[in-house]
Structure formats: structure tokens, C-alpha cells
Design a protein around this ligand. Sequence first.
Ligand SMILES: [Cu+2]
Length: 175
Amino acid sequence: MIKKMLFAAVAGLTLVACAAPATPAQNSAGQSDISIRDAWAHPTMGMVAAHEGHAHGSHGSSDKADAAQSSVNSAAYMVIENKGNAPDKLLSVSGDIADMIQVHQTREKDGMMVMEEIADGLEIPANGNVELRPASYHIMLMGVKRDLKPGDTFKLTLNFQSGKVIPVDVTVREP
Ligand SMILES: [Cu+2]
């Protein structure tokens, strides 16, 4: 009985080991294999604290003006690598460092640099990587809740189409 079970287990392992090289062109059973490196974000240059001082003294201004002034933004960058044989997509990013977090791209539009949300997800190709960097793809942090000083760290959680949920430690530094 034990011998029979052992045989079944070995057979199963062999099948798994052989499956990938045997079907290189058919990756319908493929999986992404996501890893993150070099995650960093812009400092906020003391603007969060500066605004709080200002807000307390601005009783006459409207809520709307306060909201606009209170929105201190930053952006996070990193390299997202996919060592798997299936593409994946970064669908959303969550974290408590900012009121709103979106995946953005910066591009030129009518001679101006504009940034917009990548609403349908940022594709990470199979056996490839995507670099998020200034003036390109970035994770927009809108309404940063505390000052980000060089050397600080905070956490983001990256949510992928495959269902992978990957926590990332982001270090604040100058570009
Ligand atoms: Cu942006």
C-alpha cells in the first residue's frame, strides 16, 4: 500500500516536471511569477505638515479650496518582473499612505505632458518586466497622509489579475 502511494506521488512529480518543457508554445496552463524590486517614492518636502498648519489658519476659505490645497501628492516607482510563462496585469494598488492610489501613465498630448489612469490594468509580459519611473508609468499617491522624508518606508499592496496580491516596501528617496 505504501509502495503504491509512493509510486503515485513520484509519477505526479514527474508529470509536473515534464509538462513545462514539453509544451513550450502552449502556455494556456502557464502562470505569472511576479516579483518587485527597487521600489521608491518621491519625498513630500514637508508639504503635508505645512498644509496642516495652513489649514488651521484658513477658517474663511471654502471646503473645496481646503480640499484642493490639502492634496499633497507623491508617486511610487519600481520594477515589476514576471518570470512566469503567462502575462499578468497590475489592476490596482492599495495602501493607507494616501487617500487615493492609482496606476498612471505619463504621456505627451498636444505638446504637453499629461498623466492619466491606466483603467484596464498595466500589462506585465511573460518572461519580461515593466519599469515604473518618472515621466512614464507610476503609482500615483493622491492626498498623502504623512510627510515622506528620505529614508522613510511605507507599504503598498499590488493586486494582479491572476489573483496575486503582493506587498511591497517602498523607500522614500530623492530621484
Ligand atoms: Cu500620476
